[in-house]
Ligand binder design. Structure first.
Ligand SMILES: [Zn+2]
Ligand SMILES: [Zn+2]
Length: 434
């Protein structure tokens, strides 16, 4: 039986500059050696173009002899073997962390074909790129370039599975398969590629995990907190046989993290425990746009005034106070599935509001985005009188599937990438598509 996947081609379409970024001018540059092809004549003579949105199309600011175009294409070879650091088309201002508090503009270098057009009065840049080149770039964009080779190999296989399964497919109606950001997988082109990460991509070429002869939906997050979460805690659609709760450590203990949060908070044998990273340069092993820290155990204080502000922002409700927070259901890793805010509304009546989903909870309890929904309220006893809420939590991200920091901990303990993958996706089989 042939292995099936969601992506029907060896080329993946990545949204780089999106209409929502509201960008009307970009500069793209390249080296003189790049084997360039374009629908615009005479580009071989220059190494840079500035593109500006005009009423009748895209104008090339530095090439005034060329008429405005509706679409501009630029292409260069993109086989994984032809890549190197900063190879391809350089764009100096691409949005990273779209919509989050860490949103910023970064520089990217992109291999393959760029398709540049106008939508709703703003530029839209889609990168058509070979899947193997894409996953090599994603693996280094997701983790730091100093990451050990078994971690890079594991991350490369996982990125390939995620891309080929296209299980989330959030952007198909926008004309591309994935975006370049945390919403899908973080992709910064060849900007940070190293020989090390290229080697991981070439050595695992075409390798995927399959279940029932289908490429798996390989979810992953930054730090599970010590127990990997079940798929159905975070997303709709029921159980997924290989995305199940498990202890992220050398042995499977009885019970779940949710059974005793304080005991779990003290558990430091996990592969993703900060104890394992005391002697390494963690920042060199994490992605480039991350804030520093280990994210395994944390405390966060949020004022009730800020929660009221979020309540208004996300639900439209205007309340005068928060009197209680009732946690209703948690998944095995202790991530909260839903809770109730209890308070007083505008007219002085008692009110209740459900906050649904791991994502919704992380939005509600932070000015930007809370590390995870695996938390307890430390001042629960005095919450009625306090003007703030103290959250005591574990992990960063949804916690389902591969735990990136746990995989790092495993690789640092000299566990090979095949065993790392077997640990996080039980019951799956590693095979090669080629
Ligand atoms: Zn996306
Ligand atoms: Zn973990």
């Amino acid at each position: 039986m042939p292995i099936s996947s969601g992506l029907n081609s060896e080329i993946i379409r990545v949204g780089i500059v999106l209409p929502e970024d509201k960008i009307q001018e970009i500069t793209i540059s390249w080296s003189a050696e790049l084997e360039l092809e374009s629908n615009v004549p005479d580009l071989k003579a220059v190494q840079s173009i500035s593109l500006v949105v005009e009423d009748d199309g895209i104008s090339l600011k530095n090439l005034s002899n060329i008429a405005t175009q509706s679409t501009i294409t630029l292409a260069c070879p993109d086989q994984v073997e032809s890549l190197s650091t900063k190879y391809g088309f350089h764009i100096d201002s691409v949005v990273a962390g779209r919509g989050f508090h860490w949103e910023k503009r970064i520089e990217v270098d992109l291999p393959g074909k760029l398709d540049i057009s106008i939508q709703d009065g703003f530029l839209k840049v889609i990168n058509f790129v070979d899947v193997e080149a894409y996953v090599a770039c994603v693996a280094t964009s997701e983790m730091g370039s100093e990451a050990p080779s078994d971690l890079l190999a594991a991350q490369t296989v996982v990125a390939r599975c995620w891309s080929l399964s296209l299980a989330e497919a959030k952007h198909l109606t926008d004309g591309y398969d994935v975006c370049n950001d945390d919403c899908c997988q973080r992709y910064q082109g060849t900007s940070y590629l190293t020989n090390h990460s290229l080697k991981a991509a070439i050595e695992t070429h075409g390798e995927v995990l399959v279940y029932d002869e289908k490429v798996i939906d390989a979810r992953y997050s930054k730090n599970c907190g010590g127990m990997v979460e079940a798929y159905e805690t975070v997303w709709e659609g029921g159980e997924v046989p290989y995305l199940i709760p498990l202890w992220d450590g050398p042995e499977q203990k009885p019970g779940y993290a949710v059974d005793d949060f304080e005991m779990h908070y003290a558990y430091d044998e996990a592969y993703c425990s900060s104890k394992r990273f005391q002697k390494v340069n963690l920042s060199g092993m994490l992605g480039k746009v991350d804030v520093s820290g280990s994210y395994s155990r944390w405390e966060q204080v949020m004022t009730k005034a800020d929660i009221l502000k979020n309540l208004k922002k996300y639900t439209g409700l205007v309340w005068s106070s928060i009197d209680d927070i009732r946690i209703m259901e948690r998944g095995p890793s202790a991530r909260i599935k839903y809770l109730f805010l209890v308070g007083t509304d505008e007219s002085g009546n008692k009110a209740e509001q459900m906050v649904k989903s791991e994502y919704g909870i992380r939005q509600m309890f932070s000015e930007s985005f809370l590390y995870s929904s695996a938390f307890v309220i430390k001042n629960a006893e005095t919450l009625g009188d306090d003007d703030h809420v103290v959250l005591r939590g574990v992990g960063w991200g949804h916690g389902v599937g591969l735990c990136q920091m746990g995989a790092l901990g495993m690789a640092l303990s000299h566990i090979g990438y095949k065993d790392i993958l077997k640990h996080y996706y039980p019951g799956t089989r590693l095979t090669s598509l080629s």
